[in-house]
Design a protein around this ligand. Structure first.
Ligand code: MN
Length: 283
């Protein structure tokens, strides 16, 4: 199933090129009071939600893609976890380019562990990326984004994929410089997720997906998730050894080689096999 969130928190079901407004299905979500439980309510209720969507989809109104504004499919991830330098050729380019490493020795994911991005950095593809007035180098990083379903702590690698609710395209926008990753990569709009949440049952092997990013039509990044240094199951095990994972947590799995700067006016077009494409304007 392919789910999207659009306009004022409406829920969409994507069927080929068609999107059906299935917002009514959100009635199955529990009503909560403060303090709200950790995690994303929609992802935590995904099984019941899917069943309700199946019931109403046939009569749900069709909306035109051009008439709606896509938001991040996951509204309230408790954590945005990200993998540093998780493709060998990106590690190589980071070590070779002073505009990326800024004099620091670029280590490996074994040495770095993972890092966290502020949840306020989240944006949908139609909201775009806002660079502001900075003169700093700000790079695109296209990544497979994994959404956690059933949470857990100390999840074994062998069981890890059973904890995945689905997949999205992620953009881990990054100011280059000397500051900590959590600072440079957490600006507002610097985590773009979309266009849809594709549920895990639709992706036979997330470790063998082509991914690509073009800027203004020119391909900058092209790789396959088979080149991940830490694959998806290992990343889930690695993350859950440190943090309890909750439904709706997002893991950005790392970017392949070809990162480079964007400027206001650019349009990034990101594509991942089996997930789709999203065009993201830079302002
Ligand atoms: Mn990244």
């Amino acid at each position: 199933m392919r789910l999207c969130r659009f306009d004022e928190n409406r829920l969409g079901l994507a069927l080929g090129e068609e999107i059906r407004d299935v917002t009514q299905a959100l009635d199955v979500l529990p009503s909560v009071r403060w303090p709200v439980p950790r995690g994303d309510l929609m992802i935590a209720s995904l099984a019941a939600l899917r069943a309700r969507i199946e019931e109403i989809a046939g009569t749900a109104p069709v909306v035109a893609r051009s008439a709606i504004r896509l938001l991040s499919p996951v509204a309230n991830p408790g954590k945005i976890i990200a993998a540093p330098v998780n493709y060998q050729l990106h590690l190589d380019e980071a070590r070779a380019d002073p505009g990326i490493h800024f004099g620091a020795q670029v280590k490996t994911i074994d040495e770095y562990g993972l890092f966290l991005k502020a949840t306020s950095s989240l944006a949908g593809c139609d909201e775009g990326v806002v660079l502001g007035r900075t003169q700093r180098r700000i790079d695109h990083e296209v990544e497979l984004a994994v959404v956690i379903g059933p949470g857990g702590r100390n999840i074994a690698e062998a069981d890890a994929l059973a904890h995945v609710a689905g997949y999205m395209i992620g953009l881990d926008m990054s100011v280059r410089g000397t500051e900590d990753r959590s600072y440079r990569k957490s600006l507002d709009t610097f985590t773009v997720l979309g266009p849809h949440l594709v549920t895990a049952d639709e992706i036979a092997d997330p470790g063998a997906l082509d991914l690509e990013l073009a800027v203004n039509g020119e391909v900058r990044q092209a790789s396959n998730t088979s080149h991940l240094i830490y694959g998806i199951a290992k990343l889930i095990a690695y993350a859950s050894a440190a943090y309890t994972l909750d439904a709706g947590d997002v893991i950005l799995t790392g970017t392949p080689e070809g990162v480079g700067p964007v400027r206001p006016g650019d349009v990034m077009s990101a594509w991942i096999e089996g997930i789709g494409r999203m065009d993201v304007a830079v302002r």
